[in-house]
Design a protein around this ligand. Sequence first.
Ligand SMILES: Cc1ncc(COP(=O)(O)O)c(C=O)c1O
Length: 423
Amino acid sequence: MDYFNYRHGRLLAEEVDLVSVAREVSTPVYVYSKGTILLHLERLREAFTELDCLICYSVKANANLHVLRTCAEAGMGFDIVSGGELYRALKGGADPARIVYSGVGKSRDEISAALESGILMFNVESESELAAINDIAARLGCTAPVAFRLNPDTDAHTHEYITTATRQNKFGIAIEEAERMLARWDEFAACRLVGVDMHLGSQITETEPYALAIDRLLLFVEKVRRAGHNVRYFDIGGGFGIFYRGSEARDASEFAGVIVPRLKDKGLTLIIEPGRFIIGNAGVLLTSVIYIKRQSGKRFVICDAAMNDLLRPSMYGGYHRIWPAATHLPFTQDETDETPLADIVGPVCESGDFMAKDRALPNVAEGDVLAIYGAGAYGMSMASNYNARRRAPEVMVAGDSWRIVRRRETYEDLIRPEVEISG
Ligand SMILES: Cc1ncc(COP(=O)(O)O)c(C=O)c1O
């Protein structure tokens, strides 16, 4: 489900040769395929066509302005979790009336800015937050549209760091607690309850957790409606998994298969907040081999991309397919039992700095370019300057053309926000 393919032994993004991009821009560099972003959006739209559905791209997955612009121009709304993401979304051309604001720790400044921008709704995560929103809305003389982000106590069977809807997690409001808040709604007169929301976690590859959680939330919607609130939005969050190894993801239509029948004819607009599903498989990280080091029977392929560029392997043990962007003849695109193993590591001074361990990788040479797949989501958006490394540039491909949409940082960029040393 992407437009990254080999032709004559060289990796193309759409019609663009990626080794040429790597040579011109130098590495490490993120490359995104606009066509793939739009393809993923199309898959979602087709799958949920029977429902009134608003797709709000989750900015945290990849907040590059050109990615956001692509999403906005294609009619997507946005899911944000901070004032910075609000700022970026608006700069990227977002329609504020299609922005939903999630997150457990919205500050008063952030709430004010979102209210003043006219966002669609706040996904409220606690009573204290609801009270703060109410207070700020009353001061501003407006009514705040809010949805309860409920914690349906549903295990999404994903990595423990990215599961978000069990009672052990900090996210969402327990349904009984939301019912208590509902009973005292007159204390929140500056808030208008317009929806319910959940987010089960990320990289979810089973449909059943959605079915279970939606059934729980629908019972709550009935109660809310009986209490006289005009609930219109049913936000199921993000979480649809993608291809990292090659076969684990579900089609959007499989998720829709359990979601659509439950929400059909309920007078609700479905909101989906996909991040990874839109941009994950739409991006690769290109890196060059700096050195090959053999030690204690191991082959270390030392590359110029590191954990500061792509944190997922170190942080979650995240798997990314890695393969040469141009393979020496005879060309092979897949590993075999004979493919030798390697640890693919970066230059950062941490043993946790690896892209893959004991991974089948052909006998690459110093200077070769490798493609790290599935790097579009939670790649650049989690990148840092650790070890005083400059963050990588980003390139957007569209058809047979490409352009740099974020330049490589300079050493001056690294120190710019710091107060100058005087004397
Ligand atoms: C509230 C919320 N919505 C949407 C997302 C996007 O999730 P994903 O990228 O798995 O679609 C996240 C990610 O953690 C989230 O916290």
